[in-house]
Ligand binder design. Structure first.
Ligand code: ADP
Length: 905
């Protein structure tokens, strides 16, 4: 590095280290050099600032060497700032023209110009200044004027021109009256005086003074002397005026500013608001000064937070943020303001207020928001569009694309941009596109291209719309129209079919109109024959009448029944006979009625009659029986020939056979009984041969054994065998008794001998009796809520019934089980319930339970005849009772017998 370079580098360092923003421009007013502070201040990168025209930052005026106060400059971020500017031309350099030194006065000038600072400055000046003194004793006329006082008045010390009488003449003529008045007031009220006045020096110059003093009095209130001080305040006044001017200037600048300027003091009161601020806040100058900023303009919800922050800044606890945004409330409307802040300090460097410059960015933010919304919306829209969208340059290279279904791209997603459609599209399609794009570029008009792409198993139809964007760009919107194409095709197909159908229809219509024409002609011809036909019919009717009267005569006298003649369509042509009036059928049957209209016949019967009529007319002779009102009729049918010897009606002859029927029924019943007895007998024989064999052979064996055990000492054994004989004989007797009962029942020889007895007592005794036959561990438990239940029944039959049910329960239940015997009574009935825990009855066989000789399939190992329950049921019913049961296989059975209570007590 040579000396010169070193020098330049050093200068650059100094340049950069300066706390003032500095710009250097060339004669074209282009910025050619900047320091760091300038970059920060204008919010530009150094590279961006260099090369920029001065006009972009500064108001466009012709800057000469000198100072410029209060200039509004533009920053990159859109903010404006108020600055002081010093322009220095650079002479001995053929590149640079001038340097701009920039001072930000938002932090500087405003600070100096506030009221409080002024007062402090004044006080400082006063303390430094010399003060003239004087006094005058009235009695002696002794006077003293200090040297300083002479100087103030523009005289040499001791000049005779100044004495007590001439002093007033040194005052500016315009101010003398005010001074005199102030003095007189003080003397009259015996108070000190103070006034500020101008002095007119002998050389004609004017000085400003401040005069203070007091007159003294004796005890009789007689003035003794007066003394005072005079201070030259010309410099202060001058400074005051300059400051005032500057302040005005500043405030004028501020009033022209497009930003808000506010000065807020430590007590939150607004001390200054520029015009923009007043506009935004919608207040007059007089209204706003002294107002509490936070209470008046900050929304309640962040009032506390902001005022706390403000207080912290005032106390020096924190620095204000460089920029920040907050919402202010103006006439109930919220505005968003972006603020920059400066701190104002007094001479002792205490923070006394904060100056803020702000920009109302409500609309801007709103617009930004709207813009973002719009962008988001567009993006959402784009996402929702099913179409593919491509941006291409004029040579067909893809610049950008949107593809909701990337599988339709014909290439992978990342191979689209930068590639030419030639490389992606099939040659044929490419050719179509290429030609269309050339036309679009030339005509600047939208073109449509329709093409297909063959996929594995199907053809996809596409429709592309090529839109010109500019001379070098094209937008292509592609849509899959396969479905639409298919629909179109189907539509055409159905249109074609429809056409064919309508042609066929047309032909049919033509044909049938021809047929109608023929039929019409035929009708005309047949009409001509009608007259002859009528004549023929009349003759035939006459013949019919004669034949009818004949048959009526026969029918009327038809004995012990009636006859009906039906037409082929079931119309009653004739009805006659004795039984008609006997059975009062006249009300229901009359000639001219149809079978369907006869109310005393059911629908089913009507159908049947119609079939019978049809069959008869077809030539059949039918014979069947019907029953009406307890009367039996045998019916014979016969086809009737008309005068042309063709069958056109059916004759039904109803013969009353009620009497014969009765006899027949009786005979049948007798026959049935005979049959049943025969059955019984044969059953008895087969049963006897089977059921009797076991007890008889047991008896036989026992008898043989007794015979063998004849000698004494074998008594015990003998007794055992005798017991066996007795038991088996008893069994036989039971079976025989059952058969006896059965045949008696069959013959109707059982008569009921009802008598009133207590069923409870009766049952208890019966249970005691049967207990000896129970198996080991079996228990019969009797229960009833009543103590006595009187009933009028045949006790013998009841005994049989209960013994039978109980013995079944014992027989079909295992050892150690329980049998419950329950008697219940209500207002109308008495019931007995016998419940066991035995083998039960299979569900599918339960229906047959009371049938004679029925035994369930689960009873093979248990002896029995299948007669017991049949007799039980008949006995129960003979006494107007009912019996039913509930049972489940292997889960016990319950038999319930129920009788109505006797109504006489
Ligand atoms: P038997 O007991 O002589 O076979 P019954 O007429 O008394 O004749 O009974 C007919 C059938 O009803 C019996 O064979 C048996 O299958 C069934 N049955 C009657 N009572 C009971 C019962 N308490 N538990 C199970 N089955 C019964």
């Amino acid at each position: 590095m040579n000396k010169h370079q070193k020098h330049t580098a050093l200068l650059q360092q100094i340049f950069d280290a300066s706390s003032q923003a500095i710009l250097v421009i060339d004669k074209y007013k282009t910025i050619i050099q900047v320091n760091k502070v300038a970059c920060d201040f204008f919010a530009f990168e150094k590279a961006a600032l260099i090369g920029l025209k001065l006009d972009a930052l500064f108001p466009a005026i012709n800057y000469k060497e000198g100072n410029y106060k209060g200039i509004w400059i533009h920053k990159k971020n859109g903010l404006k700032a108020l600055v002081d500017l010093r322009v220095q031309t650079i002479h001995d350099n053929d590149i640079a023209e001038a340097a701009f030194y920039i001072t930000n006065i938002a932090d500087n000038l405003i600070f100096q110009s506030t009221h409080k600072i002024n007062r402090n400055n004044l006080l400082n000046i006063e303390s430094d200044g010399n003060i003239g003194t004087w006094h005058w004793i009235f009695d002696t006329d002794e006077q003293h004027w200090s040297d300083e006082l002479y100087k103030i008045c523009g005289l040499s010390p001791g000049d005779n021109n100044l004495n007590a009488r001439t002093a007033v003449l040194f005052l500016h003529p315009d101010d003398r009256e005010l001074a005199r008045k102030t003095m007189n007031y003080a003397i009259e009220n015996k108070t000190p005086y103070l006034y500020e006045n101008r002095i007119l020096r002998p050389d004609g110059t004017i000085r400003f003074i401040r005069a203070k003093g007091k007159m003294e009095f004796d005890s009789a209130s007689k003035p003794i002397q007066i003394s005072g001080t005079v201070k030259d305040i010309t410099e202060i006044k001058k400074a005051e005026i300059t400051i005032k001017k500057e302040k005005n200037l500043l405030f004028n600048y501020m009033d022209t500013a497009s930003s808000i300027f506010l000065v807020i003091n430590a007590n939150h009161k607004i001390e200054f608001a520029n015009r923009k601020a007043r506009e935004v806040l919608k207040v007059l100058d007089s209204e706003i000064i002294g107002k509490d900023w936070f209470n008046s303009f900050i929304p309640k919800h962040n009032r506390k937070q902001l005022s706390t922050l403000f207080d912290q800044v005032i106390k020096g606890e924190t620095v204000p943020p460089d920029t920040y945004e907050n919402i202010i409330l103006v006439e109930n409307e919220e505005r968003l303001i972006q603020w920059r802040n400066g701190i104002l300090r007094d001479a002792n460097k205490n923070i006394i207020s904060i100056v803020s410059s702000g920009i109302d960015i409500t609309e801007q933010t709103y617009n930004q928001k709207k813009l973002k919304e719009q962008i988001d919306k567009n993006a959402a829209l784009l996402r929702a569009i099913p179409d593919m969208i491509f941006v291409q340059d004029n040579e067909g290279t893809f610049l950008d694309f949107h593809a909701p279904d990337p599988t339709k791209l014909l290439t992978s997603k990342n191979k689209v941009i930068g590639n030419n459609m030639k490389e992606i599209l099939p040659a044929k399609v490419h050719k179509l596109f290429h030609q269309a794009q050339l036309r679009v570029l030339k005509n600047k008009q939208v073109e449509m291209v329709e093409y297909t792409i063959e996929e594995l198993e199907r053809t996809i139809f596409y429709e592309a719309r090529i839109v010109p964007m500019n001379a070098k760009k094209l937008l292509t919107i592609i849509r899959d129209v396969t479905v639409e194409k298919k629909n179109e095709k189907e539509l055409e197909e159905s249109k074609r079919k429809l056409k064919i159908y309508s042609e066929i229809l047309e032909k049919k219509v033509q044909k049938s109109s021809k047929e109608i024409k023929v039929a019409k002609e035929q009708l005309v011809t047949s009409n001509l024959n009608l007259k002859d036909q009528i004549q023929e019919t009349q003759v035939a009717e006459k013949i019919a009448l004669v034949s009818k009267s004949l048959s009526t005569a026969i029918a009327k006298n038809f004995p012990n029944g009636f006859i009906i003649v039906f037409s082929i369509n079931s119309e009653i042509l004739l009805k006659e006979g004795e039984a008609i009036s006997q059975l009062k059928l006249n009300k229901f049957i009359s000639e001219g009625m149809f079978v369907d209209d006869v109310s005393i016949v059911s629908e089913k019967q009507k159908k049947k009659i119609k079939v019978q009529i049809r069959e008869t007319i077809n030539g059949k002779h039918l014979r069947f029986e019907i029953k009406y009102k307890k009367k039996h009729f045998s019916v014979n049918t016969k086809p009737l020939l008309d005068e042309n010897d063709t069958i056109s009606s059916a004759l039904f002859v109803y013969n009353d056979i009620t009497f014969q029927k009765k006899i027949e029924l009786k005979v049948q019943n007798a026959l049935k009984k005979e049959q049943q007895l025969n059955e019984l007998k044969s059953c008895f024989i087969s049963m006897a041969s089977h059921e009797f064999r076991t007890p008889l052979s047991a008896i036989n064996t026992s008898a043989i054994l007794i015979d063998k055990q004849n000698e004494p000492g074998k008594e015990e054994k003998r007794e055992k065998y005798v017991g066996k004989i007795k038991k088996n004989v008893k069994n036989l007797v039971v079976i025989l008794n059952d058969f006896l009962s059965l045949s008696k029942l069959e013959e109707g020889n059982i008569t009921v001998h009802g008598e009133l007895f207590d069923l409870i007592d009766f049952s208890k005794k019966l249970i005691e009796e049967i207990k000896i036959t129970t198996k080991v561990g079996q228990n019969i438990i009797f229960s009833s809520l009543e103590s006595k239940v009187f009933i009028k029944l045949d006790p013998k039959l009841v005994r049989h019934i209960l013994l039978n049910l109980l013995s079944n329960s014992i027989k079909y239940s295992p050892e150690d089980s329980q049998i419950n015997f329950k008697i219940k009574e209500n207002s109308t009935h008495v019931s007995i319930e016998i419940k066991d825990q035995g083998i039960g009855i299979p569900k599918e066989e339960q229906k047959q339970l009371f049938e004679r000789f029925f035994r369930a399939r689960n009873t093979h190992n248990i002896e029995g005849t299948g007669i017991g329950l049949n007799i039980v049921k008949q006995y129960v019913e003979l006494m107007n009772g009912t019996i039913d049961f509930k049972s489940q296989m292997n889960n016990g059975s319950t038999f319930k017998v129920k009788w109505p209570k006797p109504n006489e007590k």
